[in-house]
Design a protein around this ligand. Structure first.
Ligand SMILES: [Zn+2]
Length: 114
């Protein structure tokens, strides 16, 4: 499953960034996942739980996913509009494929116990 390797990658990059004392106090991983990232938040959460079972040191860590809507920028009126139902049209009615949000797939914040 695509999401399992993504979750492993998340843990790997955290292991590179933090030492084991810090990792032992890790409480919440906050991720931003855009609607265009091809990652389904529910599947990501399931994969996270599965990977945790294989890595008991992370048993108390939670994953918090913020789903990011798609936004496009319009060169005609200069506004950013939220795309609904994959209709890439600005609020002013001009079609645009200039995506400025929605492709995110990133660790936004990591919280630790004091
Ligand atoms: Zn516009």
């Amino acid at each position: 499953m695509h999401e399992v390797s993504l979750v492993r990658g998340v843990f790997r990059s955290l292991e590179e960034e933090f030492n084991s004392d810090q990792l032992a106090k890790m409480q919440t991983i906050r991720m931003k996942i855009g609607l265009l990232s091809n990652v389904e938040p529910v599947l990501m959460q399931n994969a996270f739980n599965a990977v945790k079972e294989d890595n008991p040191q992370y048993a108390n860590v939670n994953l918090d996913i913020e789903s990011i809507p798609i936004e496009v920028h319009c060169d005609i009126c200069g506004k950013d509009s939220v795309v609904s139902n994959y209709r890439f049209v600005c609020d002013c009615g001009i079609p645009t494929n200039n995506v400025v949000k929605g492709e995110e797939l990133l660790i936004h914040q990591v919280e630790f116990l004091d």
